[in-house]
Design a protein around this ligand. Structure first.
Ligand code: ADP
Ligand code: MG
Length: 596
């Protein structure tokens, strides 16, 4: 008895739909991609009830004549490729010829379409894969697809849908991807009869991001370039260090205009951001990779979400390099912000300018309130600026008036004034960043200064810790930690890096080892990179609540601004926070007072 049977066409389409149409957002994606491929300049999307009850996509693209419109609903019917050879270099978003028949087989489907010069268009109504009506129709040139009651004939699939809100959010995410991927196309999005956004055609990505996300995000983005490295062209914008999200939702990656998810690119992003990103956080990226279509295979995933690169290593390296360059280039912007405030207009007379620097007591010994800054005007007559002392001159030369230090709060936060308002610097985080970069630089030139201990010390470690130290001994030594074996599980330290001022080297080592063990969690505690170890050493090198003197604070800020990535510590926490004058004015209610 023969048991194998060809599936009826409709069932075959429903099987394919299982892969292509997972949820309403996949319908939206496929329809928009078709509109983009059709050369649309404007795409309107309307959904109801999370797209479950209705998805409608209208475009002003090339449209279809009646024969093609009917053909487009057949499986494996496509205008985009003709032969297997075309698969090697795909330049359109679609190519599988599966989306329309798949969607039509699991919904109540209506297609109306008209070519620009045609006298009349075509309307086709399909229910659950069966063509019910074909007639003249179609208003403006272009194509309109309506998908109602998704999965009405597959109750099992319908049950897998999430709440309407969740499905709406998925759709909105999809729309963001498409809108960012195609700034040259105007998009409107209406959800349950409410206009969610209306994006005009934009000249470039920059404008599109502003229209979609506002200036606030835009101001915190840095441009990416590939500087003609190899065959991979990289462009787009990425968040500067410290700009991150708890999810991947704003980590957008496009390959030849197609939004994709790629472990290779994700790895490159993580490596490129490296210390600029807190653990567990994700960067904000609008990354565009353009490469020869022949060197990327998009025919990997039914929903075309993943791609395979012919040269994954090259792609990863290109991503890492461009991210690093952008982040380091972004430094200039920040430094630019450290222009001095306009002193004559400033209400706070900075201490550095009212007295010779040498006369300043350690900040930490005073509270901010006691610092002599707010001389009530009229009490003492006009203030006399002090004679220019040598110290003053030296400082002016060192820091070209980039900032004014106001004081230190709680022995930890340096308060500064710049042109935008108030800047708070976390002294510890800053110190860690400085030490880390210094250490890394010196390790690269094999030149970490180390200092002999007066008395070498020995200490014992647990078997596991001892094993760890053994394995990482050469890295520790490279960092200027003079450590060697001294019997089973016993070690001797006889020197420490010069920057490390500790009176108790043994407990220092113990803390570093403990911290590294917990940082590396269980995965592979024995193999830690140089960088991780350097970060940890720096963290423990910074002493808690160290009261700094004025000159030390100033040096700290200066060193920080000289770092490659000054705005976050090696663990990705911010080193500085800007509170703008506008924000202060808002908090004090001055904004509205000025307006009235
Ligand atoms: P694919 O996009 O992979 O070719 P689809 O099933 O999505 O497969 O679409 C089938 C064909 O229908 C496309 O190749 C295209 O020629 C045509 N088509 C679909 N949507 C549109 C549209 N919005 N405008 C013009 N033509 C379209
Ligand atoms: Mg398609």
């Amino acid at each position: 008895m023969s048991r194998i049977r060809l599936l009826p066409e409709i069932v075959a389409s429903q099987v394919a739909a299982g892969e292509v149409v997972e949820r309403p957002a996949s319908v939206v994606k496929e329809l928009i991609e078709n509109s983009v491929d059709a050369g649309a300049r404007k795409i309107d999307i309307l959904i109801r009830r999370g797209g479950i009850s209705l998805v409608r996509v209208i475009d002003d693209g090339c449209g279809l004549d009646r024969d093609d419109a009917l053909l487009s609903l057949e499986r494996h019917a496509t205008s985009k490729i003709r032969s297997a050879a075309d698969l090697h270099a795909i330049t359109t978003l679609g190519f599988r010829g599966e989306a329309l028949p798949s969607i039509a087989s699991v919904s109540r489907f209506r297609l109306t379409t008209r070519e620009a010069d045609a006298a009349a268009g075509t309307e086709i109504i399909v229910n659950g894969g069966k063509i019910d009506i074909v007639r003249d129709g179609g208003e403006a040139p272009g194509t309109q697809v309506e998908v109602r009651s998704l999965f009405y004939n597959l109750p099992a699939r319908r049950k897998f849908l999430r709440s309407e809100n969740t499905e709406s959010r998925n759709i909105e995410h999809q729309l963001h991807l498409q809108a960012i991927g195609h700034p040259e196309i105007a998009f409107t999005f209406v959800r349950d009869d409410r206009l969610v956004f209306q994006l005009p055609r934009a000249a470039n990505l920059h404008d599109r991001i502003r229209d979609l996300h506002g200036n606030k995000l835009l101001e915190r983005l840095l441009p990416l370039t590939s500087a003609g490295l190899g065959k991979i062209d990289i462009g787009g914008l990425i968040g500067q260090a410290g700009v991150s999200r708890q999810t991947r939702a704003q980590q957008l990656v496009f390959v030849n205009g197609r939004a994709i998810e790629s472990p290779v690119v994700t790895a490159g992003l993580r490596e490129g951001y490296h210390t600029a990103l807190m653990k567990g956080q994700f960067p904000v990226t609008f990354l565009f990779l353009n490469l020869n279509p022949a060197s990327v295979d998009v025919n990997v995933h039914p929903a075309k979400r993943e791609v395979r690169f012919r040269d994954p290593t090259g792609v990863r390296e290109a991503v890492v390099n461009s991210i690093r360059r952008a982040l380091e280039g972004g430094r200039g912007d920040w430094q630019e912000k450290f222009r001095a405030p306009n002193v004559s207009q400033s209400s706070a007379l900075p201490i550095g300018r009212t007295r010779p620097i040498e006369a300043q007591p350690a900040f930490a010994q005073q509270t901010i309130e006691t610092l002599p800054r707010f001389a009530p005007s009229g009490f003492e007559g006009p203030r006399k600026l002090p004679d220019t002392t040598l110290a003053q001159e030296r400082i002016d030369k060192k820091i070209p008036q980039q900032f004014q230090i106001i004081g230190v709060l709680n022995k930890l936060y340096v308060l500064m004034e710049n042109a935008d308002g108030l800047v708070l610097v976390d002294q510890h985080a800053a110190h860690e960043r400085i030490l880390f970069e210094e250490l890394r630089r010196r390790m690269e030139d094999q030149g970490v200064l180390s200092q002999k201990l007066l008395l070498p010390q020995t200490f014992d470690l647990s078997l596991r810790d001892a094993e760890w130290v053994e394995r990482n001994m050469s890295i520790l030594q490279k960092m200027g930690i003079g450590i060697e074996g001294f019997g089973p599980n016993t070690f001797k330290i006889d020197c420490l890096p010069a920057f490390l001022k500790t009176s108790d080297p043994v407990s220092f080592m113990q803390r570093v080892v403990d911290d590294l063990k917990s940082a590396s969690n269980s995965s592979s505690p024995l193999r830690l990179g140089e960088e991780t170890i350097a970060k940890t050493v720096c963290r423990h090198a910074v002493k808690a609540n160290d009261p700094l003197r004025y000159l030390e604070v100033e040096k700290l800020i200066q060193d920080l601004l000289g770092c490659d990535l000054p705005y976050c510590c090696p663990h990705g926490r911010p080193t500085m926070i800007q509170i703008s004058l506008a924000e202060l004015e808002k908090k004090f209610g001055r904004r509205s007072a000025i307006q009235t």
